[in-house]
Design a protein around this ligand. Structure first.
Ligand code: RB5
Length: 145
């Protein structure tokens, strides 16, 4: 898969850990930055990854900031994005199975590196279940209209 990754300054170190991990699983990463520790504004990175996913330049996205919250709120303003903050493995697979989340987010100040890898793996390996869940997703996107 092609996976778009974006982060702010709070998450640069974890972003590179996750980038290497995702590549080790055989995926291609499109890195939207930031790549240093200079203070920056997370909405720009949430927007960039959201737009790449909706444009199908990437199959899905991973967003990381201090908490995962700000950057996911920003991404969710892009029409067609379903970005979900995950701090545990169960949520990570359920957001794909039930919500067909096209972006997962987590916080570098909230989860450690090993848990972050497990979250990413659970999300990438999960499959959307469709059925009643698709109806609910359609209702969510009706709100955007
Ligand atoms: C940056 O200090 C921090 O506010 C940001 O990374 C994120 O946690 C916002 O939701």
């Amino acid at each position: 898969m092609k996976i778009a990754i974006g982060n702010d300054h709070a998450a640069t170190e974890l972003k590179f850990v996750i980038k290497d991990y995702v590549e080790s699983l055989g995926h291609e990463v499109i890195n939207f930055g930031t790549d240093d520790n200079e203070s920056c504004d997370y909405p720009a990175f949430g927007k960039a990854v959201g737009e790449a996913v909706v444009a199908k330049e990437a199959d899905c996205g991973i967003l990381i900031c201090g908490t995962g919250v700000g950057i996911s709120i920003a991404a969710n303003k892009v029409k067609g994005v379903r970005a979900a903050v995950c701090s545990d493995v169960a949520t990570a697979h359920l957001v794909k199975e039930h919500n067909n989340a096209n972006i997962i987010a987590f916080g570098a100040r909230i989860v450690g590196q090993e848990l972050a890898k497990d979250i990413v793996k659970a999300y990438l390996e999960a499959e959307f279940e469709g059925g009643r869940h698709q109806r609910r997703i359609d209702m969510i996107h009706d709100i955007e209209e």
